[in-house]
Design a protein around this ligand. Structure first.
Ligand code: 5AD
Ligand code: SF4
Length: 430
């Protein structure tokens, strides 16, 4: 019987997709995936270090594995992802029961997992990952993630990513085109292009050029991308968002703060005013665009006035959704050594105000969609109710509908009958 791997993924979409790549590599090594840790011969923790909370969660899970390995000494434990990259062999000091440490640029180190002679730590700089076509084991579906670039060059002062994922490195356009064509052949209808900063994609063509190429892949009806950096959002990209039929009317454009002085100290390289100009341009050229963002509450030096500016910005822009986080000092980043006078309670209060305001805005925006007719791509049964199917609009809103016979992968027109807090209820039009 083949060996089994259990992969526990922490953090972002990039990590979820890296886990799909690890599963692909391991499939070639004869491993099947399991969702039962008891059955596993290999456990992989794909870690995230973007905030302290994610890091703590991982360490407590890893600690729990110690007793587990005592009972089953042949079990192999691998630590992958951003914490692996940062900590390298230090992982073994904290967890001698771990077997292998591999960073995000060294996923192929899993190829030797069954050999005792393999290296125990693989965290070297490996930009050639951008030209390797790694096998990917995707969960079957209608929507697939495709990496277009690795790393980040921006060094926002709070962010650990440039230290863990290295410098920007784009995949050749041809390789991406090939992968997307293959996905279309397999029946996928939507792709999401992934990169820390997709707008600075640069290979045979630039990012708008890549979108133009992918627009021509027959069978792919929707193209999404994350994440965009406001400083690199060019007029050409805005033009293609409005002109290319496949590119969806949604952008995730992290604002981080509504205060230009905090943005400066975050090293974001834009002011609130220049961000607003881009928002207006986007709305002018892509009228029904939905916009989502990331916000950090309680960055070092953030005054009450700065915080109010963030709330004001949110009222002005009316994002469709936000991800908001309390500032979390990451060792080795510039912001970690900035004077941080706010208490945890103050940061929590600011975060709470941000989330509460956004709830109001989301609810209002969702309610305004009641009675409208939208097209959704059905992704499958709803997670919470077996009698419902769930799908997404081009603007990335989740809509549930009563179960239908065409099911997964169908592109259907629905009327929105009721707005809920985080989703919409629809009924299919005949
Ligand atoms: N503290 C809080 N939030 C952070 N993010 C990145 N680093 C930190 C940090 N140190 C947030 C940013 C980014 C998102 C992916 O995570 O908002 O856009
Ligand atoms: Fe981090 Fe800034 Fe790069 Fe995003 S753009 S990964 S926030 S350094």
């Amino acid at each position: 019987m083949g060996k089994k791997v259990y992969i526990h993924t922490f953090g972002c979409q990039m990590n979820v997709h890296d886990s799909e790549k690890m599963a692909g590599i391991l499939e070639e090594e004869g491993f099947l995936q399991t969702d039962s840790i008891q059955e596993a011969d290999l456990v992989i923790f794909n870690t995230c270090s973007i905030r302290q909370k994610a890091e703590q969660k991982f360490y407590s899970e890893l600690g729990r594995m110690k007793a587990y390995k005592k009972e089953k000494p042949e079990l192999k434990i691998a630590v992958a992802g951003c914490i692996a990259q940062q900590e390298g062999k230090n992982i073994f000091k904290r967890a001698p029961h771990a077997d292998l440490v591999l960073g995000p640029q060294n996923l192929t180190a899993l190829r030797n997992i069954s050999k005792e002679s393999r290296e125990r730590v693989a965290t070297g700089n490996n930009p050639s990952i951008a030209t390797q076509d790694l096998p990917v084991k995707r969960t079957e579906g209608v929507s697939a993630w495709v990496t277009i670039m690795y790393g980040c060059n921006n060094f926002c002062s709070y962010c650990i990513v440039p230290y863990t994922r290295g410098r920007e490195c784009s995949r050749p356009t041809e390789n991406i085109y090939r992968e997307v064509s293959e996905l279309a052949r397999k029946g996928y209808r939507e792709i999401t292009l992934l990169g820390q900063n997709v707008n600075s994609y640069m290979s045979d063509v630039d990012f708008p050029g890549l979108l133009r190429r992918l627009d021509r892949v027959g069978g792919i009806e929707r193209v999404r991308f994350v994440t965009s950096h406001p400083k690199d959002l060019s007029p050409d990209l805005i033009h293609e968002m409005s002109a290319l039929p496949t590119v969806c009317e949604h952008i995730h454009l992290p604002l981080q703060s509504g205060s230009s002085s905090i943005l400066k100290s975050m090293n974001r390289k834009y002011t609130f005013e220049t961000y607003m100009k881009k928002v207006s341009e986007l709305r002018k050229h892509v009228p029904d665009i939905s916009m989502t963002t990331d916000i950090i509450a309680g960055f070092p030096g953030e005054t009450e006035k700065d915080h109010q500016l963030t709330l004001q910005a949110m009222r002005e822009i009316e994002f469709d959704g936000i991800f908001a986080f309390k500032f979390s000092p990451r060792p080795g980043t510039k912001a970690a050594s900035m004077e941080d006078r706010l208490s945890e309670e103050e940061k929590s209060e600011r975060l709470y105000e941000i989330l509460e305001l956004q709830d109001e805005i989301t609810e209002r925006k969702n309610r305004s969609l009641e009675g409208t007719i939208l097209e959704i791509l059905v992704e499958g049964k709803s997670d919470t109710n077996n009698n419902l199917f769930s799908g997404r609009t081009r603007t990335n809103k989740i809509v549930t509908i009563p179960a239908i016979s065409c099911g997964k992968g169908a592109m259907v027109k629905v009327e929105i009958v009721k707005a809920r807090k985080h989703s919409l209820e629809g009924k299919m039009l005949a």
